[in-house]
Design a protein around this ligand. Structure first.
Ligand SMILES: [Zn+2]
Length: 349
């Protein structure tokens, strides 16, 4: 009897979503027994974590490498000015809020820079991965692990007033590499620090991602979208691109040939602290960067100096020097995670 009362009490908070027939009590029970990994706890990640925790996902693991800054508050819904003053890591600040929202579930914050050496550990035991990152290198890494270990994952990304999302069910639907065979080279895609970002599009994309995760975790995979969804809020356009044929059409290195090159560390940036220089060097094998293009993107962001051999951006107290062969030196820090954060913000990936 007591156990029954307890169960009913535990379900009380979810009663409105339990009444939605496709979810129901059975779906809620499954959600409560499931584990989700939120990679990145910035704009998308805070909305994702907030939604999954409130929905009653049993265990939510949140990984982020960054600290809360004042410019985050415009869109990163779990943070406030106290977190900025305390210079809290985002994962820790998020977990503090989330535990006050739902004390009945496990919330596991991890402050770390996701890379090929640690991502498999973060994925241990999870039933779904949601993308709260801001760069394609980590997305391709997530894609490798997800396909290798057969874990569903939801891709999402936003810039300006535009965003896109796609759900990957390994073995059933196209993967990220089926969609885009190579990671966009650094400097070719705008970042939210160069092109700006509006909070509403983040909320839309993260909400779609969270709903997809809820479908997966509650045992409703049939309801998962088979489309790439593209939302442009300023021009009022929403498109659904049918990607179901991609798996057949593309000779995908990841899901057809099982070549997990990102996970093997063969792609993406390599980093090294430059001794005594308070600088970190990041290199991207097999990459070339158009300094002209980069100059155009960065000219309003900070102080840009340019010659035929390099481009130098001074911003936020850092000096970022980019060479056409993809090599970058981030001056003003000897911390690799900080350098990668600065790189992702301004140069992108
Ligand atoms: Zn694929």
């Amino acid at each position: 009897m007591a156990a029954n009362m307890n169960r009913e009490h535990r379900l009380d908070r979810y009663i409105r979503q339990v009444r939605y027939p496709p979810l129901g009590e059975e779906g809620q029970r499954r959600l409560g027994e499931s584990r989700a990994l939120v990679v990145g706890c910035g704009a998308l990640g805070t909305v994702l974590a907030n939604t999954l925790v409130r929905a009653g996902v049993g265990h939510v693991r949140i990984v982020d490498r960054d600290f809360v800054e004042i410019s985050n508050l415009q869109r990163q819904v779990l943070f406030n000015e106290d977190d900025v003053a305390a210079q809290l890591p985002k994962a820790i600040a998020a977990a503090k809020k989330l535990r006050r929202i739902n004390s009945q579930i496990e919330i596991e914050p991890i402050v770390a820079d996701v890379d090929p050496t640690n991502i498999e550990g973060f994925c241990d035991g999870v039933d779904a991965i949601v993308d709260g990152t801001d760069n394609f290198e980590i997305r391709f890494l997530i894609n490798d692990v997800a396909v290798k270990r057969n874990i569903p994952w939801v891709y999402g990304g936003c810039i300006g007033a535009e965003g896109q999302t796609m759900t990957i069910l390994p073995g059933q639907t196209p993967c990220l590499r089926c969609l885009m065979q190579e990671c966009p080279p650094p400097g070719t895609t705008p970042t939210c620090d160069t092109a700006g970002i509006l909070a509403p599009v983040v909320n839309v994309i993260a909400s779609i991602e969270a709903c997809e995760a809820i479908k997966i975790l509650s045992g409703n995979r049939d309801a998962v979208s088979r489309h790439l969804t593209v939302v442009e809020l300023w021009d009022n356009r929403i498109r659904q691109v049918d990607v179901s044929a991609l798996r057949e059409q593309v000779d995908c290195r990841t899901c057809k040939r099982e070549d997990f090159s990102w996970l093997a560390g063969k792609e993406g940036s390599r980093s090294a602290v430059l001794c005594g220089r308070n600088s970190v060097q990041l290199t991207h094998p097999d990459t070339s960067i158009s300094l002209d293009e980069l100059e155009r993107q960065l000219k309003d962001v900070g102080e840009v100096h340019r010659n035929p051999f390099l481009l130098r951006l001074r911003v936020e107290g850092y000096e970022i020097t980019v060479f056409p062969d993809g090599r970058t030196i981030v001056g003003g820090t000897d911390d690799i995670a900080t350098a990668r954060t600065v790189y992702a913000k301004y140069i992108g990936s």
